[in-house]
Write a protein that binds this ligand. Structure first.
Ligand code: ARG
Length: 560
C-alpha cells in the first residue's frame, strides 16, 4: 500500500531522532500535493529547533533517499510545518497494477484475527416492521460485510424481541375474540397488536391482564406457549421475507426468549452486586466519575418478571461460548444510557472478555423533520416505504417501459440504502424521497448509473488489463489517485464502524469517473496505447465500485 511506503520513507529519514513522528496522511489540499506529513512541528518542538529548519533538512534527506526517484515526483516543505508529497506516475501505476492483480485489491493481511459478534435488526414479533427497523438492519448488515471483507470473522444475531408485553397483548386479544391457534393469520396479528395496545393505554385493568399473561408465558404456561409458538412462526416468516428483500441475513435467529434458559445462572453470578428495592432486584452501576444521571439497572420486577436488560445480559453469557473479541449492538442511539448500564453490569459480573460497543444511530425523519408517521400517527410500515419509493422513482423517470421488475426493485433498494448509509450514522437524517430518487446528486441511482455507463463502454471493447507508465491528463490522474485510497477507506470504516466512509468513497470515485468520461472520449481513439491504458483504469475502477456497493448491501441492476 502506498501510504505504508510513504510512511516507511519518512520514518527512515527521521529515524536518527528516535521520536514517534506520526503518520503520512492523504492530502487536505489535493491542489498542492497527494499526501502530506505534518510531523515537523512536533519534531521541532522536541528538538528545540525551528520547523522550517527541520522541514528543509527532511526534504533534503528525502531527496537523497534511494526510494525517492521511485516514489515521488516532488517533495517540498510548506509553512508553517508541512511536508507535501507528490507521487510519481510510476508508483501510481505500479500500485494500480498490484491492486488489479491481487485478491481484495491488495488489502494487507490483518495483524490479528478477531471475532466480531454483531447484534442488529432487533425486530419485534407480532408487530409489523416499520421504518424504524430499517436502519439497524442495513447499518448492521453493512458493518458485517465490511468487517468480513477486512478479514475478521463475524457472527450475526437478529436478537428478536419475542418475549415482551406485546406477546401478552396479542394472546389476550386472540383469547378474547375466541380465535383458535390454527386460525391465526398474519393479518389478524397485524390488526391485533395496535388494537390491544391502544386499549391498554386507556384501561389499566386490561394492561394488568396482559402483563400477567406475559409473565405466565415466560414461566412456561402451556396454552400461552402454544399461542406464542404459532404467533412467532407466522410473524418470523414475514420478517424473513422482508429481510430477504433487503438482502439482509443472519447466522442466528435467536430471540429474547432463547436467553431465558441462562437467567438462573445470570442471577447467581450477579447476586453479589444485586440489591432488593421495593421487592425488585436492582444493580447499582453509578460511579464517582459520572456527571450524568446513572440509575441502577432493573434485573427483576417485584412480580418476578424479567426485563429487556435481563435478556440482554443473559444473552451475553450465551455469546461468550464462542469467545468473541467484540460484541457490537447496532441499536437506536436513544438507548445509549440503557447500554451503558448493561455494559457496566456485564463488566461487574465478568460475564465476558469481549469489548462491548453500542453502535448507535439517529432517526430517519420525513421532510418535515419529524419521524416518519402515517396519517393516523402510526409508524410507516417498511413495506409501504418501499412502495412509496418505487412510485416516486417511476414518476421521476421519463421512460421505464423497457425496464424489468427486478432491475426496478434493485434501484429502489439502492435509493433507500444509499440515502441511509451515506450519513454519519449517529445523526438524524431527512429522507427526502424525490432528492434521493434522482440520478443526479449524491444518490444510489447516480452511482448505479455511473457504473452501468462505464460498463457499457467496456463491454463493447476487447482488451486485457495492462497499463503503461503514462498518465495523460489531470482527470485521468485524479481518478487513478482516488483508487489508491481503497485500503485507507476500508480501514477507516472498520475503525470508526461507519459505513458512511465507504458511501462517500464510492461517490467520489463516481464523480471522478464522470468527469473523466466527459473529458476523455474513448470510442474512436486512435492512440491504441492510450486506449488500452484508459480501458484498464476504467475496468479497475468499476470493479472497485462494485465491491464497495456490495459492502453497502446494494445490488447492481442490468440496466437503467
Ligand atoms: N427489539 C428492540 C427494539 O425494538 C431492539 C433490540 C436491540 N438489540 C438488543 N440486544 N437490545 O427496540
Amino acid at each position: 500500500m502506498i501510504q505504508e511506503q510513504l510512511n516507511n520513507l519518512v520514518k527512515d529519514v527521521t529515524k536518527e531522532w528516535k521520536i514517534d513522528i506520526g503518520e503520512v496522511i492523504i492530502s487536505n489540499r489535493p491542489d498542492l500535493c497527494d499526501y502530506q506529513w505534518d510531523g515537523c512541528f512536533k519534531l521541532a518542538k522536541i528538538l528545540h529547533k525551528n520547523p522550517l529548519e527541520i522541514g528543509n533538512e527532511i526534504v533534503e534527506k528525502i531527496k537523497n533517499h534511494q526510494e525517492y526517484q521511485n516514489l515521488l515526483k516532488k517533495v517540498e516543505f510548506v509553512k508553517p510545518g508541512f511536508i507535501n508529497l507528490t507521487l510519481s506516475n510510476q508508483i501510481i501505476n505500479d500500485c494500480l497494477k498490484e491492486m488489479n492483480a491481487k485478491d481484495k485489491f491488495g488489502l494487507t493481511p490483518l495483524k490479528k484475527e478477531e471475532l466480531y459478534f454483531l447484534d442488529y435488526g432487533g425486530p419485534n414479533i407480532a408487530k409489523p416492521l416499520h421504518v424504524g427497523h430499517l436502519r439497524p438492519a442495513i447499518i448492521g448488515e453493512s458493518l458485517k460485510r465490511i468487517l468480513n471483507y477486512r478479514g475478521y470473522k463475524t457472527i450475526s444475531d437478529v436478537h428478536l424481541g419475542d418475549y415482551g408485553l406485546q406477546i401478552g397483548q396479542v394472546i389476550y386479544g386472540l383469547l378474547e375474540e375466541n380465535i383458535k391457534i390454527e386460525d391465526i393469520t398474519l393479518n389478524i396479528l397485524e390488526d391485533m397488536y395496535p388494537k390491544i395496545s391502544k386499549r391498554c393505554k386507556d384501561n389499566k385493568e386490561v394492561l394488568e391482564k396482559c402483563s400477567a399473561i406475559t409473565k405466565e408465558l415466560q414461566d412456561g404456561n402451556d396454552l400461552y406457549q402454544k399461542y406464542f409458538q404459532k404467533i412467532k412462526e407466522i410473524s418470523l416468516k414475514d420478517i424473513k421475507r422482508i429481510y430477504k428483500n433487503l438482502d439482509v441475513d443472519f447466522d442466528l435467529w435467536n430471540g429474547e426468549s432463547d436467553a431465558y434458559i441462562d437467567i438462573p445462572r445470570l442471577k447467581s453470578i450477579l447476586k453479589p452486586y444485586s440489591k432488593i428495592s421495593e421487592g425488585a432486584t436492582i444493580i447499582p452501576v453509578k460511579n464517582d466519575l459520572d456527571k450524568k444521571e446513572m440509575p441502577p439497572l432493573l434485573l427483576e420486577k417485584s412480580n418476578g418478571a424479567y426485563l429487556y436488560a435481563t435478556t440482554d445480559l443473559a444473552s451475553i453469557l450465551k455469546r461468550e461460548e464462542v469467545k468473541p473479541n467484540y460484541i457490537l449492538y447496532v441499536v437506536d442511539a436513544r438507548q445509549s444510557l440503557y447500554f451503558e448500564q448493561v455494559f457496566r453490569v456485564a463488566k461487574l459480573g465478568h460475564l465476558t472478555d469481549a469489548k462491548l460497543e453500542h453502535i448507535g444511530f439517529g432517526t430517519m425523519n420525513g421532510t418535515d423533520g419529524k419521524p416518519f408517521k402515517t396519517r393516523n400517527g402510526d409508524m410507516l410500515k417498511l413495506d409501504d416505504l418501499i412502495i412509496k419509493t418505487k412510485e416516486t422513482f417511476l414518476s421521476l423517470k421519463e421512460d421505464n417501459n423497457n425496464m424489468n421488475e427486478d432491475d426496478i426493485n434493485k434501484i429502489v433498494d439502492s435509493i433507500i440504502k444509499y440515502a441511509d448509509l451515506q450519513n454519519n450514522r449517529e445523526r438524524d437524517y431527512i429522507f427526502d424521497l424525490e432528492k434521493f430518487s434522482s440520478v443526479v446528486g449524491k444518490t444510489g441511482p447516480y452511482i448505479l448509473y455511473t457504473y452501468l455507463r462505464i460498463k457499457k463502454i467496456l463491454d463493447k471493447e476487447n482488451f486485457t488489463f495492462s497499463i503503461s507508465d503514462q498518465i495523460y491528463d489531470e482527470h485521468d490522474r485524479n481518478l487513478r489517485l482516488e483508487l489508491l485510497k481503497f485500503q485507507s477507506v476500508i480501514d477507516k470504516a472498520v475503525i470508526t464502524r461507519m459505513p458512511s466512509y465507504i458511501a462517500d468513497y464510492v461517490y467520489q470515485i463516481c464523480v471522478y469517473l464522470n468527469i473523466f468520461y466527459q473529458n476523455n472520449r474513448i470510442e474512436g481513439l486512435n492512440d491504441l496505447n492510450k486506449k488500452q491504458d484508459w480501458l484498464s483504469i476504467l475496468s479497475l475502477a468499476i470493479k472497485i465500485v462494485k465491491q464497495l456497493l456490495d459492502l453497502l448491501v446494494i445490488q447492481i441492476p442490468t440496466k437503467m
